[in-house]
Ligand binder design. Structure first.
Ligand SMILES: *Cc1c(COP(=O)(O)O)cnc(C)c1O
Length: 454
């Protein structure tokens, strides 16, 4: 069995339990034409077959991870109510669950006080963090590394904030020398530190960046949309661990429960260290916020309507899998890291591949050896296609020359980038699938290389 259907019985039981809470109301007739609904749903099921198998370990490509069954079921259960976490008027229990879930995340990062909420994703979460940063440091520059998510340059464009990119070193981390040059010469208000870049999973050197903070007095925003949960993991390299250890020094942090946190899409999170930033959101709504003097999440969020179901799903997941070191959730993440290292070691030991970077988290990027940058790029694409024919799904990533040339001195640069293969080994069951993944990858690579020589 590939798709989990065993747990559907539990959903039916939980819906019956939920219904108990509304038993005082007059009965309602179901208006559903079950036969018509079934016809449509069967059509949907057929349409949805046209997808990569994201839930299966043979999907070892983009940053996609299936939600935990508890999240899927709790989300579905919540949809029978369909709460809106904008105001307590729209979602009483789900707003309380959101506050508890966000507090658990803030606690994982080591924030003693915090203000935060869920968002539709990492883009909106970062937008809020940079919007707050621009209110506190008006007119000043926001900078992030050139491997930071492209959303930062777009968001600052939307917000009208000046933005500049910081060079990266040969490991894809923010270059400290270029950072210091920018700090000395420009009016920098905020440094965005990425703990886990989206393309290669590199972790910016937070301890050294914080040392510069005392001299140059900037705000630190941490974008750990992808990497944040690795705070709980005990098998990272020393330098990587040192950055995660200091994450509580940030002014704001973003993490995406819908990336590594086992949630369905539509779940990002932004957290501020100073609860006082809530005052920046102040607005008067003529028609919400009447039911309670308690905090309505819409009073501290730029988005208005938001899925209460997201908060319910996250809360349920944290109940089953608490965010503790050594716990089952942390164990799943360390398995991903082990899977990343296992694939890295196989690639590294093999003459047909060039692996510029040892994975810091669980993303492995690898090139197929060829005399020129363009030939290697073409090979990566043909291996990508040939692997897909064998039901192994990889991803592609274009890497700049700076990240590759030190590791691959004899490559002829007839173009400035090399298209590499990329695998985000985000699922705990990737670890036991590495041998199978490797066998397919190895055999299709052989075939593609031999087609070149005949
Ligand atoms: C995914 C990601 C984002 C964007 O988040 P979305 O949830 O896709 O909107 C931003 N920053 C980093 C580091 C990411 O990995």
């Amino acid at each position: 069995m590939i798709l989990d259907t065993q747990t559907l019985d539990i959903l039916a039981k939980a819906v019956a339990k939920l219904e108990d809470g509304f038993s005082q109301l007059p009965q309602m007739e179901s208006q559903v034409d079950a036969a018509a609904l079934e016809r449509v749903l069967m059509e949907v099921a057929e349409r949805m077959q046209d997808n990569y198998p994201y839930m299966h370990p043979n999907y070892a490509g983009q940053m996609l991870k299936p939600p935990h069954p508890v999240a899927r079921l709790a989300y579905s259960l919540a949809l029978f109510i369909n709460p809106n976490n904008h105001a307590l008027d729209g979602g009483i229990a789900s707003s309380a669950m959101e506050k508890e879930a966000v507090a658990a995340i803030a606690n994982m990062f080591g924030f003693e006080n915090h203000l935060g909420h869920l968002t539709s994703g990492g883009t909106m979460a970062n937008l809020e963090a940079l919007w707050v940063a621009s209110k506190i440091k008006p007119g000043k520059l926001v900078i992030a590394s050139k491997q930071a998510h492209y959303t930062h340059s777009r968001i600052t464009g939307v917000l009208g904030i000046p933005y500049a990119g910081v060079e990266v070193d040969s490991l894809g981390k923010m270059s400290l020398s270029h950072l210091e040059r920018l700090l000395a010469s420009e009016d920098v208000g905020t440094v965005v530190v990425t703990l886990g870049t989206t393309s290669i999973g590199s972790v910016d050197p937070l301890p050294e960046i914080l040392k510069l903070q005392s001299k140059y007095n900037f705000r630190v925003h941490i974008d750990s949309a992808y990497g944040g949960y690795f705070k709980l993991v005990d098998n990272l390299d020393q330098a990587t661990t040192a950055s995660f250890e200091l994450i509580n020094q940030a002014d704001s942090i973003v993490v995406d429960p819908h990336k590594h946190g086992l949630q369905p899409y539509g779940c990002g999170c932004v957290i501020f260290k100073d609860p006082g930033v809530g005052a920046l959101y102040k607005h008067d709504s003529p028609y919400t916020y009447f039911s309670s003097n308690e905090l309505h999440l819409g009073e501290i969020s730029l988005e208005c309507s938001r899925a209460g179901a997201s908060a319910v799903a996250l809360w349920a997941t944290l109940r089953l899998l608490p965010l503790v070191k050594g716990g089952e959730f942390a164990h799943g993440l360390s398995a991903s890291r082990k899977a990343g290292l296992a694939l890295y070691q196989k690639l590294k030991a093999d003459d047909r591949f060039v692996v510029p970077l040892r994975p810091e988290l669980d993303i492995v990027v690898y090139a197929v050896k060829a005399p020129t940058a363009s030939a290697s790029s073409r090979l990566a694409k043909s291996v990508f296609d040939a692997a897909a024919d064998q039901h192994l799904h990889l991803a592609l990533a274009s890497l700049p020359r700076e990240l590759i040339e030190g590791f691959w001195p004899d490559l002829t640069w007839d173009q400035d980038t090399v298209t590499c293969l990329r695998s985000c080994l985000m699922k705990p069951d990737h670890l036991s699938a590495i041998d199978r993944i490797w066998d397919i990858l190895s055999s299709v690579t052989d075939r593609e290389l031999s087609r070149l020589t005949v």
